[in-house]
Design a protein around this ligand. Structure first.
Ligand code: HEC
Length: 115
C-alpha cells in the first residue's frame, strides 16, 4: 500500500516535471532502477552477469560504471556509449532498437550504474 502510494507520487512528480518544462522538444525518459533490473533480467542476463566480470556470452557487467572503459570496445564508459551499444548491438550482441523503449534503455542504464 505504502509502496503503491510512493510510486503514484513518483509518477505524479515525474509527470509534473515533464509538464513544467516547456521548451524541451524531447521529453527526457524517466529512468527507474527497479524497472531497469527487470529489463536486465529479461533481456540481458542470459548473456551478461550482473554479479561478476566473468564472461557468459558477453562480458560480466559488475562494476561497469566504476571502470573507465567498456569491456569489449574499450570506449569510455558513458551513458551515450552504453546506450549506443544497447540500441545497435554488435559483436554477438543483438540490437535492442525497437524492442526496448527509450525509458527502458534509460532504466537499464540506471540499473547498470548500481552494479
Ligand atoms: C545474446 C547475448 C547478449 C544479450 C542478450 C545482450 N548482450 Fe551485451 N554483449 C554481448 C556480447 C557477446 C558482447 C561483447 C561484444 C563484443 O565483443 O564486441 C556484449 C557487450 C556488451 C557491453 C559492452 C560494450 C562495449 O562497448 O564494450 C555492454 C555494456 C552490454 N553488452 C550491455 C548489454 C545490455 C544492457 C543488454 C540488455 C539490454 C545486453 N547487453 C544484452 C552479448 C549480449
Amino acid at each position: 500500500m505504502t509502496k503503491h502510494v510512493i510510486s503514484i507520487t513518483v509518477a505524479a512528480i515525474a509527470l509534473g516535471a515533464a509538464t513544467l518544462l516547456p521548451g524541451k522538444t524531447v521529453a527526457r525518459p524517466v529512468a527507474d532502477v527497479a524497472e531497469g533490473k527487470a529489463v536486465f533480467n529479461a533481456s540481458c542476463e542470459q548473456c551478461h552477469s550482473a554479479t561478476s566480470k566473468d564472461v557468459k556470452v558477453g562480458p560480466g557487467l559488475l562494476g561497469l560504471f566504476k571502470g573507465g572503459k567498456l569491456p569489449a570496445s574499450g570506449k569510455p564508459v558513458t551513458d551515450a556509449n552504453v546506450r549506443a551499444r544497447i540500441l545497435s548491438g554488435g559483436g554477438g550482441m543483438p540490437a535492442f532498437k525497437g524492442s526496448l523503449s527509450d525509458a527502458q534503455v534509460a532504466s537499464v542504464i540506471a540499473y547498470l550504474r548500481t552494479l
